[in-house]
Design a protein around this ligand. Structure first.
Ligand code: ASP
Ligand code: MG
Length: 401
């Protein structure tokens, strides 16, 4: 008998009508084979609504009371889904994160899962029940409820699948798989039928919102096959496992807003600047434009810290002036392998393919080539890069024929 963890996202549970449809689907899947543990997100936009409510009474956006408030969203979904399953004559039990044995760091708003105690879930599965767990939450050692950061229900599902030694972890969502780019913004995006953990992890880390990166880490570490698929139909989704070879030279294109560029000029000692900055974190990459200028790309939240650090060490670093520009975006191309990157990244640099603005090619990851453009050009640049590699793929395919 297969053991499967399934996770349903907010749009799949938006209304009670959809919850009833998911209940039908879950029962059908249990009949086909398996012991089922279901992890649920909060209904529709309800986490955002709860955030908004808290904003109406307080300016504090994190902390124990906020976590208590937000964790309620997932608890409502789990109770409703379990009730809907019971209504159909099947046994189901709804559990909060705490009841499901999810132990976390004592960090409110963005805790990592540190352990999963599965005795209760195992007992309920042995009793033939469908177990419905509220995602996105757990409990620190001191009995404090902590949430796992936005999108954290994916992480709950993968961590449970790992600890329960599930045969697979299925992430049901409103898109039907992992695409070569976000189909909401980029036309011609192609669905992957299979993908390596590392490729998905890189895409997720660099702004693809389809799965939470921490969920991919849990699945990868425990070699749990992940499946990303739609909850609205039965089509096959994307299977994520360990694959020796990437199916295509370029796995995807993503973009992220919220970057700043810091330009520094003077008798710059590049090595010293980089060493000084590594501690501060948040460095995406840097380009040495000439001996007298350097550009550093960092996430907005680190601008202050890094500007301060550069200012403090002006003399040591040989800096004459520091200037920063906000409102930048990073556009990333994720290659299938280091070899493909070695082969293709120089073409991207040479062709100045991203014509829409101020481009900095960065080498920030072994499989990634990134350009930085003003935010308003991010989608256009991503589209250009995506068109380029799709064209390249089709040429390759026609040569093979
Ligand atoms: N409901 C939470 C959110 O909207 C967690 C999740 O959906 O995974 O971020
Ligand atoms: Mg999500």
């Amino acid at each position: 008998m297969a053991r499967v963890v399934q996770k349903y996202g907010g749009t799949s549970l938006q209304t009670t009508e959809r919850i009833r449809l998911i209940a039908d689907r879950v029962i059908r899947d249990q009949e086909q084979s398996s012991e089922l543990v279901i992890v649920v997100s909060a209904m529709g936009e309800s986490t955002n609504q709860l955030v908004k409510l808290s904003g109406e009474v307080s300016s504090c956006t994190s902390g124990r009371e906020t976590d208590l408030l937000l964790s309620a969203g997932e608890q409502i979904s789990s109770a409703l889904l379990a009730l809907a399953i019971q209504e159909r004559g099947r046994e189901a039990v709804a559990l909060t994160g705490v009841q499901a044995g999810i132990e976390t760091e004592d960090i409110h708003g963005d805790a990592r899962i540190t352990a999963v105690h599965t005795a209760k879930i195992e007992k309920e599965l042995d009793a033939g029940k469908i177990v419905v767990v509220a995602g996105f939450q757990g409990c620190a050692g001191n009995q404090e409820i902590c949430t796992l950061g936005r999108g954290g229900s994916d992480t709950t599902a993968a961590a449970l699948a790992a600890e329960l030694r599930a045969d697979r972890c299925e992430i049901f969502t409103d898109v039907d798989g992992v695409y070569s780019a976000d189909p909401r913004y980029i036309s011609g995006a192609k669905k992957h039928t299979s993908l390596d953990y590392n490729h998905l992890l890189t895409l997720a880390d660099l702004g693809a919102e389809v799965v939470h990166p921490r969920a991919v880490v849990h699945a990868k570490e425990h070699q749990i096959p992940l499946v990303v698929r739609s909850s609205f139909h039965d089509q096959e989704g994307t299977n994520i496992q360990h694959y020796d070879r990437a199916a295509s030279p370029v796995v995807g294109v993503t973009f992220q807003n919220g970057f700043s560029r810091i330009q520094v000029s003077g008798e710059i000692e590049e090595k010293e600047i980089l060493e000084g900055l590594t501690d501060a974190g948040g460095l995406l990459g840097k380009v040495q434009l000439s001996q007298r200028h350097a550009s550093i790309m960092i996430k907005d939240e680190y601008v202050q810290e890094i500007s301060l650090l550069l200012n403090k060490r002006r003399n040591a670093f040989g800096i004459h002036s520091i200037h920063h520009t906000e409102g930048m975006a990073a556009v990333h191309v994720v290659f299938g392998s280091r070899d493909e990157k070695r082969r293709l990244a120089p073409l991207l640099n040479e062709k100045q393919l991203v014509s829409s603005g101020d481009v900095y090619a960065l080498e920030c990851h072994p499989l990634v080539w990134s350009a930085v453009v003003p935010e308003e050009h991010a989608v256009g640049a991503a589209q250009e890069l995506h068109d380029w590699f799709m064209e390249m793929e089709s040429k390759k395919a026609s040569i093979a024929l």
